[in-house]
Design a protein around this ligand. Structure first.
Ligand code: HEM
Length: 267
């Protein structure tokens, strides 16, 4: 009888793959320039938060589908807490002066957060979908496959509308069967229902408020990002090929769930 070798005990380092993780920050500038490390680390941290957000959005959608609204709210609370941390993290990058950034910016070539597929996936989950965003990635690549899947999936708003219908609300059929590829457009019929939710149904009004928090949280991130861009590169064009701050300003302030904002003046 041969003794099976005992597998090595799991340690902090092996469980979290610390060696691999710490080998992933590779500055490109000569020297390298001191601030490039911060730039790489913070972007990698954002990508990890994006990954966690997507994980939680999937969960929130499933919980709504199972009518577990209390748990869905709990998940949304977690998402909002992560978003707050993400917005706060921009403070760290704002300690980098324009000259410090210029010292290595040329080494980024055409790299830009504009190419973050996970950020686009989050936009897709929230109903901001675009075929163009998919086509930027090569066929059969991980980003493209993930974006294609999310492009065809119902958005968080769709999951919410279907949940409301199961709660007994007379959500218009046109809304329940809306094209999930399209952006959410305001609907007067739906707004009438949402006003009833707010005035008579505290449980679901709370859920609506968490969606408003989410909408505001994403807008807050966009606003803080564009301010950081303005103070770091002014009106220079972006490395990703856009006009830079001008392009980004156009994405700020447009609500994701317009009906939830429209009803404010009716309450
Ligand atoms: C010094 C720091 C930064 C500067 C100067 C900067 C600049 C820009 C610019 C100019 C754009 C427009 C697209 C283009 O490149 O042409 C952009 C887009 C974007 N950036 Fe940044 N960025 C910075 C930090 C970050 C960080 C830390 C993240 C976190 C992941 C990030 C994520 C994004 C995303 C997701 C977009 C696409 C936004 C959209 O299309 O709505 N950026 N950035």
């Amino acid at each position: 009888m041969t003794d099976e070798p005992t597998p090595p005990a799991v340690t902090y380092g092996t469980y979290l793959k610390i060696e691999e993780l710490l080998s992933l920050q590779q500055p490109r500038s000569a020297g390298p320039e001191h601030d490039e490390m911060l730039f790489i680390v913070i972007h990698q941290i954002y990508e990890l938060w994006f990954k966690e957000l997507l994980h939680e959005f999937d969960r929130a959608g499933q919980l709504l589908q199972r009518n577990e609204s209390h748990r869905a709210q709990h998940t949304l609370k977690r998402i909002l807490t992560i978003l707050k941390v993400m917005v706060a993290q921009l403070d760290i990058l704002e300690t980098m002066t324009p000259l410090e950034f210029t010292s290595f910016r040329a080494r980024l070539d055409a790299a830009s957060g504009f190419q973050s597929d996970q950020f686009r996936q989050i936009e897709f989950v929230l109903g901001l979908k675009s075929e163009q965003a998919i086509q930027r990635f090569p066929q059969n690549s991980r980003p493209r496959t993930a974006l294609e899947r999310r492009y065809h999936e119902p958005t968080l708003w769709d999951a919410f509308l279907r949940y409301l219908a199961r709660e007994g609300y007379d959500v218009p059929q046109a809304q329940l069967a809306r094209d999930v590829h399209e952006r959410v457009e305001p609907s007067n019929d739906l707004q009438r229902i949402l006003v009833t939710v707010y005035t008579r149904d505290p449980k679901n009004a709370e859920l609506c408020e968490r969606l408003v928090d989410l909408d505001e949280g994403i807008q807050e991130w966009r606003y803080r990002h564009v301010k950081m861009v303005e103070r770091t590169i002014g009106d220079k064009a972006g490395t990703g090929g856009s006009t830079g701050a001008g392009y980004l300003r156009g994405t700020v302030g447009r609500p994701i769930f317009p009906d939830l904002w429209e009803i404010r003046s009716q309450l």
